[in-house]
Design a protein around this ligand. Sequence first.
Ligand code: DGY
Length: 334
Amino acid sequence: MTTSTNSVEAVKPTKSVYVARLLTDAVTRELDSHAGLGFDIGQEAPPARAELLERVTGKDAAIVTLTERIDEEFFTAAGPSLKVVANVAVGFDNIDLDAAARHGVTVTNTPGVLDGATADHTFALILALGRRIVEADRFIREGNDWVWGPRMFVGLDISAGATLGIIGLGRIGRAVARRARAFDMRVIATDATRPLGSSVDGVEIVTQEELLATADVVTLHVPLLPSTRHLINAETLALMKPGAYLVNCARGGIVDEQALIEAIDSGHLRGAAIDTFEGEPRVNPELIARPQVVLTPHTASAGEATRDRMCRLAVDNVLAVLDGREPLTPVKAS
Ligand code: DGY
């Protein structure tokens, strides 16, 4: 167990913070400047459940990631001293907000600091899929004979009229839209808060049916909620334009992976790029076996400065709450 306290002034910590995973180096170094706070810092890997429950006991605050399940058992183990749980992620489907409210614990997340990185990754996947980058790379590495030909590795003409369909035009969805517009794509989106037929920054708001039927690439940017679980299923996949692609950098549970595999095998979809998985970190071996599927291990926000910003925002939220101030980015139960 690593405990970091302010050793310069030798101030005895009055409040203790459990940090379930190693934060970035820059933010870990900054922890020493917070006099009066003791940080009990975990390892790079997620803690085992028993360790999580033991180490949070009696703490005033916890900084956790999406790999930790924060539920009734967690809050009971922590006890009445716990004031705040800061998630190092914008998504918070790992946290039982009702249980947090019952225990009077504030929950915070990290919105607004990872939009660019996540949109960059999403667009990288769109380009990789459309232009078959991973397939072509594998083809060369396998030592296949090849010679230039008009039919070789033909893919999607992204900047010649392809349509991108964005499900969820929040901050990340809008950042993806800006990239797509710069590539001359037509961009359509669904969004619960904007009127159908309206246009936002060159993005047309359409129904989900129209989006699925029209888009060459569909990309998901909604949170995982009971209402979005398996939003992409056999039925909605069947509504997609034949030969289209699906990109998921949101949450695994939004896509029924088995239905996706069937849509790819039938040839209805041309491919998919997946950053987030239903049984994460386990990846369905059937997805791995499909060359038309590009896979990344939930790294969409993994920009160096972005990860510093995410960790720093989580720490700042803890400092605010323990200081009796309003948290910067609280999560409100809907
Ligand atoms: C999030 O923030 O919710 C991502 O999935 C991790 O960056």
